[in-house]
Design a binder for this molecule. Structure first.
Ligand code: FES
Length: 352
């Protein structure tokens, strides 16, 4: 009996030892792959593309691994885009949909300039893109609380994901969604959102084409707010600024106001200012951030996330003033160019 037990032990011990190392090795490979994906992104294939309005396009991306990394509704990915001059740029785009177990990522993109324009020209079904893991803080602050969403143009994309996440929860709070765009065709997902609103009493959807019409006012947004409401804004600078100032002035607590920090893809505006670096000056056209202005002048610092997260795009404002896009506070000195917008003529030092 003792001999049999010893024999079994002699067989079991090496087997357990081998199994232990096998599992450890597989786990190490998986961790290394996860670290590589986090650092470099994954290669994804464009499954489909459509162009619902001039200058606006949508991409649906898939991966051979089938299941994609899960994400919080409202987050974005960073896409590496090949530029016509042979270099590449990395741009952040919000994920325009949400699923508990995502099989596809949908991006809604405004053509804009530089990388987004290159993507618009080249993104075709079956082409491949390098896409980062989802990231970002612009997510639903409280699933149970009433929510007022204000989207300008392509700023609807994170809100479509937030609505999808809330639709899957029985106990989520009511949502009022204001979506403004210049042209009716730019009200992306209008039919879907109208249907969603018709069958779900928790959603009130208010689309508005602003061409020649009055824009959304602070009073209209304020009329929707209850004492426990949160307000999220993803819109161009002037609408964001007027709503932020008005809502805070009227008494909305600052911790109930959430503003998308990255300006890329939102409606650019002509600021009428000039930028001077050394002995060179230029006047940028319509832009959504100081970084976009510098790109137009061929003087942009290195950049990546466009969301104030990677810390690459620092510049030094020597004279003049800019404004932080998210908080609305005036800033000068060393700033992240992607997160501020010029308010006056600027003199800049070299990027640092
Ligand atoms: S580009 Fe990443 S912080 Fe500005």
């Amino acid at each position: 009996m003792i001999g049999l037990a010893l024999a079994l032990l002699l067989i079991a011990l090496p087997a357990a030892f081998g199994l232990w190392h096998l599992v450890g090795g597989l786990w190490a490979v998986r961790c290394r792959q996860a670290a590589e994906l986090a650092a470099n992104g994954r290669r994804m294939m464009i499954l489909w593309r459509d162009d619902p309005a001039p200058g606006l396009f949508r991409l649906w991306l898939v991966d051979w691994r089938l299941f994609l990394p899960r994400f919080a509704a409202g987050q974005h990915v960073i896409v590496t885009v090949a530029l016509p001059d042979g270099t590449s740029a990395r741009r952040a785009y919000s994920l325009a949909g949400w699923s508990r177990f995502p099989l596809v990522y949908c991006l809604g993109i405004r053509k804009g300039a530089a990388a987004s324009a290159a993507l618009h020209a080249r993104a075709r079904p079956l082409a491949r893109l390098t896409v980062s893991a989802p990231k970002g803080q612009f997510t639903d602050p409280d699933l149970g609380a009433p929510l007022v969403l204000v989207a300008g143009g392509i700023g609807i994309t994170p809100f479509r994901a937030i609505l999808a996440e809330r639709a899957g929860r029985l106990a989520s709070g009511p949502v009022i969604l204001h979506h403004s765009a210049r042209e009716p065709a730019e009200l992306l997902w209008k039919d879907d959102l109208t249907r969603h609103s018709a069958r779900d009493a928790r959603l009130r959807y208010i689309p508005r084409a602003t061409q020649g019409q009055p824009r959304l006012t602070v009073a209209e947004v304020m009329a929707d707010i209850t004492p426990d409401s949160h307000v999220m804004i993803c819109a161009g600078d002037s609408l964001t600024r007027s709503l932020r100032e008005g809502l805070l002035e009227i008494g909305l607590p600052a911790d109930r106001l959430h503003i998308e920090a990255f300006s890329l893809g939102l409606q650019p505006e002509n600021l009428g200012i000039s930028i001077t670096i050394g002995d060179r000056s230029f006047r940028p056209g319509p832009v959504g951030s100081l970084l976009e202005a510098l790109e137009q002048g061929g003087a942009a610092p290195e950049s990546e996330c466009r969301a104030g997260e990677c810390g690459l795009c620092f510049v030094e404002i020597l004279e003049g003033q800019a404004r932080d896009i998210a908080s609305g506070r005036p800033v000068s000195g060393r700033v992240l160019a992607c997160s501020v917008i010029p308010e006056t003529d600027l003199r800049l030092g070299r990027s640092v």
